[in-house]
Design a protein around this ligand. Structure first.
Ligand SMILES: NC(=O)c1ccc[n+]([C@@H]2O[C@H](COP(=O)([O-])OP(=O)(O)OC[C@H]3O[C@@H](n4cnc5c(N)ncnc54)[C@H](O)[C@@H]3O)[C@@H](O)[C@H]2O)c1
Length: 367
């Protein structure tokens, strides 16, 4: 007998800005296992724009107050794609309505807010899954596979560099440039794009880092919105170097092991590691021993593969690797990175951060 076909997961969206229109909508249009039934945005125009963009798959209802959406709509999962500085209340409302959360990164601007989101999800028995979309890119999964196959021996150093990534503006309807507002963004390039590099380094090493040290540079709006961050994360047996920022820099990812290296080849004009590499290669003793030439470049930085992973986790797997807990731990690591830059010392990540840093985030360091 055929196995019964599962009905699609019913999704609601809170925040219909740039990332939803440019990244989530194209992936959702190609994800048959998920249907968007409602969208909410304080800007009616944004809600309409995203509902229209989804119209080839569904006809979502449009709300300007997410609480009304939670009250009237039948949904299992809610995507939170508002800026991190306004997300806490919405996350608590979603959790208390017994819907699972799919949360854009970073989870929050402060550890206190992140903790309250994670705790609310536990209390109401719902999951919090993070949008850590770079983890589902083919080249990163392929690099993990090569590491597990022993292609380069034991990973010793991971170098991730994206030194030409300009911040997105955000839609004009809301607060364009909110990424330069510490209250909305909680930090700068590290919080906005470095977070992707941090979880990729963790993926390649297969564990969390133990200590952080960093130098950061501020731009015209001053601290704590760093325009460049040069961070070092020490893992049990290795080191990750994460360099992210605005400017004229390029993009590269290398994984150096005791038996060789994995290298992603990016076109010369790419500047941020959401770009598509043209190949993933393995070198041993200076010779290329494997080269996976990749097809055409990704059109969007969130692929249908991401939603396939989300559905798999919701339906079968007991836990999601990139859970709210993980999002919270990444935020703690980024706060420790800022603290290291402020105090010019290495920070042990097992150390409890001060209550004021947990409460106020990076603003505490440079007030
Ligand atoms: N994963 C990725 O690759 C990726 C890429 C870009 C952005 N992001 C993240 O996505 C989030 C949104 O970024 P963006 O660039 O789309 O921002 P944006 O400014 O373009 O959009 C934010 C939207 O939220 C709406 N909004 C604000 N407050 C609201 C409220 N209280 N209720 C309902 N709607 C509200 C605004 O009207 C706006 O439409 C951020 O956390 C950002 O870091 C992730």
């Amino acid at each position: 007998m055929d196995s019964p076909i599962e009905p699609p997961i019913r999704l609601g969206v809170i925040g219909c800005g740039q990332v939803v229109e440019q990244s989530h909508v194209p992936a959702l249009l190609e994800s048959p296992g998920i249907v968007t039934v409602a969208v909410a945005d304080v800007s009616r125009h944004r809600g309409q724009t995203v509902a229209e963009a989804l119209s080839a798959r569904s006809r979502p209802s449009i709300y300007s107050d997410h609480r009304a959406m939670l009250e009237y709509e039948d949904m299992t999962l809610v995507l939170l794609a508002t800026p991190p500085g306004v997300r806490r209340e919405q996350a608590l409302d979603v959790a208390s309505s017994h819907r699972h959360i799919l949360c854009e990164k970073p989870i929050a601007t402060t550890l206190a807010a992140a903790d309250s989101i994670v705790t609310a999800c536990e209390r109401f028995g719902v999951r919090c899954l993070m949008v850590h979309n770079y983890a589902s890119f083919y080249e990163h999964l392929r690099a993990c596979e090569l590491i597990h196959q022993g292609a380069v021996g034991r990973p010793q150093t991971v170098i991730l560099q994206g030194l030409g990534s300009s911040p997105w503006d955000g839609v004009p309807d809301f607060q364009p440039g909110w990424r330069q507002n510490p209250l909305m963004a909680g930090g700068g390039r590290l919080m906005d794009t470095g977070v992707h590099g941090l979880y990729l380094a963790e993926m390649f090493f297969g564990e969390r880092p133990q200590s952080a040290s960093a130098d950061i540079c501020f731009g015209p709006t001053g601290p704590p919105t760093d325009v460049r961050c040069f961070a070092r994360y020490r893992f049990r047996d290795g080191l990750a170097l994460l360099h992210v920022g605005e400017g004229h820099g390029s993009c590269s990812i290398e994984i150096l092991g005791d038996g060789g290296r994995i290298e992603m080849s990016y076109p010369a004009d790419t500047s941020s590691f959401d770009a598509s590499p043209t190949a993933v290669s393995v070198y041993r003793d200076g010779t290329r021993v494997l080269c996976d030439v990749l097809g055409r470049s990704r059109a969007h930085n969130l692929t249908p593969a991401f939603y396939t992973h989300v559905l798999a986790r919701l339906r079968q797997a007991p836990a999601y690797l990139h859970s709210g807990h993980h999002g919270r731990d990444l935020l703690a690591t980024m706060m420790a990175t800022y603290l290291s830059a402020r105090e010019r010392r290495q920070i042990d990540l097992a150390m409890e951060l001060s209550p004021s840093l947990r409460q106020r985030g990076a603003l505490e360091l440079w007030a």
